[in-house]
Design a protein around this ligand. Structure first.
Ligand SMILES: [Zn+2]
Length: 258
């Protein structure tokens, strides 16, 4: 009996080791919550079916929390249709939900960072956009914070800025979102007149703002912002500065997916 107690105590003393992100050992209380019923999600016009643990998706997405709460049809049938979403971004979301990783790179994307052609459309960015829009629709702030880190990782790797990032963030985030700070920092650091003119909008005031920024932006940057590469700039940052969990007094998604 005594030996057993001593063993338990030694286990608790080593608890700090199991929080090391490289360790395979984890506290039993951590990890995805899989102790629940399964719900079906029917995605897209083709109604592709995904099976997901209810507690897992409800704790991450306010959309699913609302859809499966109370006496709704979705709650009674345990089926949630997402007709305006697409299967590929949902599959990326689905796997992130369980693994905390993005399984988004296709075979012909590999090695792209060594030979980035700025004139060629980058499929990985269009998938990122679809995922960010999906994250906003599902009201999953952890997923959106993780997508910001994914964008930063890709920009540091490719050393190329995709200006549509700015448009997508502004069209799919709240006015106080920290994601907009990333868009502003990147634009202040790297914008060119050509990048500004490539931003898409036919609204006259947007054209005015583009022209005004093209006029004053580059000179202002030369004067006030120390010249440095995108990788060096982003690596000097605490990336939680660009996450929205601080405004919600919530833990970073990284704490949940260590
Ligand atoms: Zn964070």
């Amino acid at each position: 009996m005594q030996r057993c107690k001593a063993s338990r105590k030694r286990g608790r003393d080593k608890q700090s080791n199991v929080t090391d992100s490289k360790s395979l050992r984890r506290p039993m209380t951590d990890g995805p919550d899989l102790d629940s019923k399964i719900v079906s999600v029917l995605v897209g016009k083709e109604r592709q079916r995904f099976y997901v643990h209810e507690t897992c998706i409800r704790s991450s997405s306010a959309f699913f929390e609302n859809a499966l709460n109370g006496n709704s049809i979705e709650a009674s049938t345990r089926t949630v249709p997402l007709p305006v979403s697409e299967p590929i971004p949902f599959a990326i979301y689905f796997r992130w939900l369980y693994c905390g990783r993005f399984y988004n790179v296709e075979a012909d994307d590999v090695g792209k960072s060594d030979q980035v052609d700025q004139d060629q459309p980058d499929d990985e960015w269009s998938e990122w956009e679809d995922c960010y829009k999906l994250g906003d629709f599902l009201q999953d702030n952890d997923f959106k914070d993780a997508l910001i880190d994914l964008a930063i990782e890709k920009m540091c790797s490719d050393r190329v800025l995709d200006m549509t990032l700015i448009e997508v963030i502004y069209a799919n985030s709240g006015a106080s979102s920290s994601h907009r700070k990333l868009a502003l920092d990147i634009a202040a650091l790297l914008w060119t007149n050509g990048d500004l003119q490539a931003l898409h909008s036919d609204k006259p005031y947007v054209q005015f703002l583009r022209d005004a920024l093209a006029l004053i932006g580059p000179d202002t940057r030369k004067r006030y912002i120390r010249s440095q590469g995108i990788k060096r700039f982003l690596n000097s940052k605490d990336l939680c500065e660009y996450h929205d969990h601080n405004a919600r007094n919530a833990l970073c998604y990284k704490e949940k997916h260590k």
